[in-house]
Design a protein around this ligand. Structure first.
Ligand SMILES: [Zn+2]
Length: 187
């Protein structure tokens, strides 16, 4: 999956949950926006194991270190990687007294990245040599293929629909923020 499809997939899956949680007042509008942003960023993080990925080009040194120790779609795309990332983000959040909801956002995005990669023809080795595929063979696609572009178009259409629902639950002053956070990586 390319970074755009990863963000689109993660957002498509997460938005209904966020809209629901906001509608029952389980999360505030600020938390809603913070979660959209952190889920988007989290949905790129496992590809820090590839020095040429979109996210790796934004962050110095760390991708080179990770890529030195693991192959692409290796440790960072596994259950152990999920546990290690959760522990690391929690430790950073506690150390800097940051809200733990940010960790939740990053990890939701992180896991959705792995599920996104599990829609491709190569699948993801998540644990103990077990390869995860999210969809049946005819629906799997190659990274960057026209089939992936069709998926991206579907996810984008769904996000537009979901945004209409989100806008109806958010108070007016947060709507520009929602749009800005949804389009964070499209420029
Ligand atoms: Zn990946």
């Amino acid at each position: 999956m390319t970074f755009r499809t990863h963000i689109a997939f993660a957002t498509t899956v997460a938005l209904p949950g966020l809209i629901y949680l906001h509608s029952i007042h389980a999360i505030t509008a600020q938390e809603f926006i913070a979660l959209v942003v952190t889920i988007s960023i989290g949905s790129l993080l496992p590809d820090l194991d590839h020095t040429q990925s979109y996210i790796s080009k934004k962050i110095p040194i760390l991708p080179q270190i990770i890529a030195f120790f693991t192959s692409h779609r290796g440790f960072t795309h596994s259950v152990s990687g999920i546990i290690a990332a959760t522990v690391t983000f929690t430790a950073i959040a506690l150390f800097f007294s940051l809200p733990l909801i940010l960790v939740v956002g990053f990890m939701v995005g992180y896991i959705l990245h792995i599920l996104g990669d599990a829609m491709t023809v190569s699948g993801v080795k998540v644990c103990c040599g077990y390869k995860l595929y999210l969809v049946p063979k005819p629906l799997r696609f190659r990274v960057g293929s026209s089939k992936e572009k069709v998926y991206f178009a579907i996810f984008s259409a769904l996000i537009s629909l979901e945004t209409l629902f989100a806008v109806s639950t958010l108070s007016e002053k947060f709507i520009p923020l929602l749009y800005a956070s949804l389009h964070m990586f499209t420029k």
